[in-house]
Design a protein around this ligand. Structure first.
Ligand SMILES: Cc1cc2nc3c(=O)[nH]c(=O)nc-3n(C[C@H](O)[C@H](O)[C@H](O)COP(=O)(O)OP(=O)(O)OC[C@H]3O[C@@H](n4cnc5c(N)ncnc54)[C@H](O)[C@@H]3O)c2cc1C
Length: 453
C-alpha cells in the first residue's frame, strides 16, 4: 500500500502538518503524512479550544482548511463555532473525539494521501544540503521513504534539527522555555453554583496586572454556553502561601467544553527543556502529581466543583515551546507591535502575546489590536533546501512565538506550506525559489486569508 517514494513527506499531523498534507494532496502531489501517535491531529485532538480564528478587532484571520474542519465539526455538533472572547480574542471549543473522526475522514477522502501512523522519525537523508527522504521506526520496523520535498510539522523541528538547520530555543542562552502542561477534563461541575459565587465575589475573575487592559465579565460566562475563564488568584495565592498548593501557577484556567465538562489547564513543569528526553520524562511525572494535587483542591475550594469527577487527561504532556528554526525571514515582536501585514504574507496570526513564565507562577498577556502577517520566508529554513517548516516551529523570535503558536495560526501556516510545496513541484524548483505572489494567489483561490477584510 505504501510507496517507496513520494512527491512530499509531511512529518507530524498536528495543526501545522494536517492542512499541509491535505492542501498538497488536493493539488495532485503524492503525499505521505507521518505521525508517531495512533491519532491524527497532535494537539488538535487534545480537547484544547482553538484560539484566535478571529483577531482582537473581530476580523476573521483564518479560513481555508482550518474553517473547513470547523464547518465539518459544526455539522456534527462538535463545536459551537467561533465565540469572541475579551481575553483570548476568539475561542472555538471543539469536541476531541469528533475532531479525531473528522481528521481521519478528511485524510481518507484524499486519494493521493497515505497516512503512516505509529511512525517515529529516525533519520533524515540530506545530499549536498538538499532533502532526499527520511527513515522511520514503525511498529518496530525501520522503513525508508524517498522525497525531495519534506515539511517539518513535528512541533519540535525534529526533521530540521536532524538535517542540520540552524535553530533557536528559548532565550539568548537557550533557556527560559515556556513550561509544558498536562491538561485534564472534569465532569459533574455545577456552573450555576459557580456563577452565583462569582456574582458575590467578582475578585474571583479579576485578572492580575500582567494582563493589562483585559477584563472578564460574569455576563460573558453566563451568556456563552462554552466559555474560557482564568481566575481565582485570591484562593490560589493563599493556598500557595500556606503550602497547600505547590503548582507554580497563580490562577485556575478553565473552559466549559461543548459536552458541558470543564477543561483544566493549570499544571506546569517549570525549568523543563522538552528537547532533552530526561527533562520531558521528568515533566510527565511532575505534572501527573500536580493533577493529583489539583483535583481535590478544586473540589474543596472552587464553588461548583465539589462533586467534580476526573474524566480524562491528555495522554502525553502538552509542549508549549521548543525549537524555533532560523528562516530566510523572522517575525519579531517589533513587527507585531507595528501591526505589520507585509506583501509576502502567507498566513495571518490573530492572537495575543501570551507567555507562561518559565520560572515562576506568572502569566502575561499583551493584547495585539489586529492580525499580523507571517511572511513566506518564516517557513523557509536557512541551510537546508527542499524543506519547509510548519506549525509552531517557524522562524519567529521568542516573543512573537508566544503569539504564533496557537492552533488557528498553525492551521493557516500549514495550508500555506502545503500549497508552496505544490507550486515548487509543479515548476520543478526549490521551495525557497517559488514565486510568493503565485502562492498568495493560490491561497486566495482556496479561501485562505492573507489580508484583513
Ligand atoms: C498546555 C497547552 C495549552 C495550549 N492552549 C492552547 C489553546 O487553548 N488554544 C490554541 O489554539 N493553542 C493552544 N496551545 C498551543 C497549540 O496547541 C500548539 O502550539 C499547536 O498545537 C502546535 O501545532 P503543531 O502542529 O506545531 O504541533 P503539534 O500539535 O504538537 O503536532 C505535532 C505532531 O507531530 C508529531 N510528531 C512530533 N515529533 C514526531 C516525530 N519525531 N516523528 C513522528 N511524529 C512526530 C506529534 O505526535 C504531533 O502529532 C497550547 C499548547 C499547550 C502545550
Amino acid at each position: 500500500m505504501y510507496n517507496k517514494k513520494y512527491d512530499l513527506i509531511v512529518v507530524g499531523s498536528g495543526a501545522g502538518g494536517f492542512p499541509a498534507a491535505i492542501a498538497a494532496a488536493r493539488r495532485g502531489l503524492e503525499v505521505l503524512l507521518v505521525e508517531r501517535n495512533a491519532q491524527i491531529g497532535g494537539l488538535l485532538v487534545s480537547g484544547l479550544p482553538i484560539l484566535a480564528f478571529l483577531d482582537r478587532s473581530g476580523n476573521p484571520v483564518v479560513k481555508g482548511i482550518g474553517q473547513e474542519i470547523i464547518d465539518r465539526l459544526q455539522a456534527l455538533n462538535g463545536t459551537k463555532g467561533h465565540i469572541p472572547s475579551p481575553l483570548l480574542n476568539s475561542v472555538t471549543h471543539v469536541s476531541a473525539p469528533w475532531m479525531s473522526i473528522i481528521l481521519f475522514e478528511m485524510c481518507e477522502q484524499e486519494e493521493n494521501l497515505d497516512v503512516l501512523l505509529y511512525a517515529e522519525l529516525k533519520e533524515v537523508k540530506v545530499d549536498n544540503g538538499k532533502m532526499r527522504g527520511i527513515s522511520v521506526f514503525c511498529r518496530g520496523e525501520e522503513m525508508v521513504f524517498e522525497a525531495n520535498l519534506v515539511i517539518d510539522a513535528t512541533g519540535d523541528a525534529c526533521v530540521a534539527y536532524k538535517a542540520g538547520a540552524k535553530y533557536e530555543k528559548g532565550d539568548a542562552d537557550g533557556k527560559g522555555l515556556q513550561p509544558p502542561t498536562i491538561t485534564f477534563e472534569l465532569g459533574n461541575v455545577d456552573y450555576e453554583k459557580l456563577f452565583d459565587y462569582l456574582s458575590e465575589h467578582p475578585e474571583g475573575y479579576k485578572l492580575p496586572e500582567t494582563f493589562p487592559g483585559i477584563e472578564q465579565t460574569l455576563d460573558y460566562f453566563r451568556s456563552n454556553i462554552c466559555f474560557t475563564m482564568m481566575g481565582f488568584s485570591d484562593i490560589v495565592n493563599e493556598a500557595r502561601k500556606t503550602g497547600e498548593l505547590t503548582i507554580p501557577r497563580n490562577m485556575i484556567d478553565i473552559c466549559r467544553q461543548v459536552n458541558g465538562n470543564t477543561f483544566v489547564n493549570v499544571t506546569r513543569s517549570i525549568d523543563t527543556d522538552v528537547t532533552d528526553f530526561e527533562s520531558i520524562i521528568k515533566a510527565e511525572f511532575v505534572c501527573h502529581k500536580q493533577v493529583k494535587e489539583l483535583v481535590p483542591f478544586m473540589q474543596k475550594y472552587i464553588p461548583g466543583f465539589e462533586n467534580a469527577q476526573l474524566v480524562s487527561m491528555i495522554p502525553f504532556i502538552g509542549v508549549r515551546e521548543s525549537r524555533r528554526i532560523v528562516g530566510k525571514k523572522q517575525l519579531t515582536l517589533d513587527n507585531i507591535k507595528n501591526l505589520e501585514l507585509p506583501e509576502d504574507t502567507v498566513a495571518i496570526a490573530g492572537y495575543n502575546v501570551d507567555i507562561h513564565s518559565p520560572d515562576s507562577a506568572d502569566m502575561t498577556m499583551l493584547t495585539v489590536k489586529h492580525g499580523v502577517g507571517i511572511p513566506y520566508g518564516c517557513l523557509v529554513p536557512e541551510y537546508v533546501e527542499g524543506l519547509l517548516m510548519s506549525g509552531r516551529t517557524i522562524s519567529v523570535d521568542q516573543s512573537a512565538f508566544a503569539m504564533t503558536r496557537v492552533m488557528s495560526t498553525c492551521l493557516a501556516v500549514g495550508q500555506a506550506a502545503g500549497i508552496a510545496m505544490a507550486i515548487a513541484h509543479k515548476h520543478g524548483v526549490l521551495p525557497s525559489d517559488i514565486d510568493v505572489s503565485e502562492l498568495r494567489a493560490e491561497l486566495k483561490k482556496d479561501n485562505a486569508l492573507i489580508a484583513l477584510d
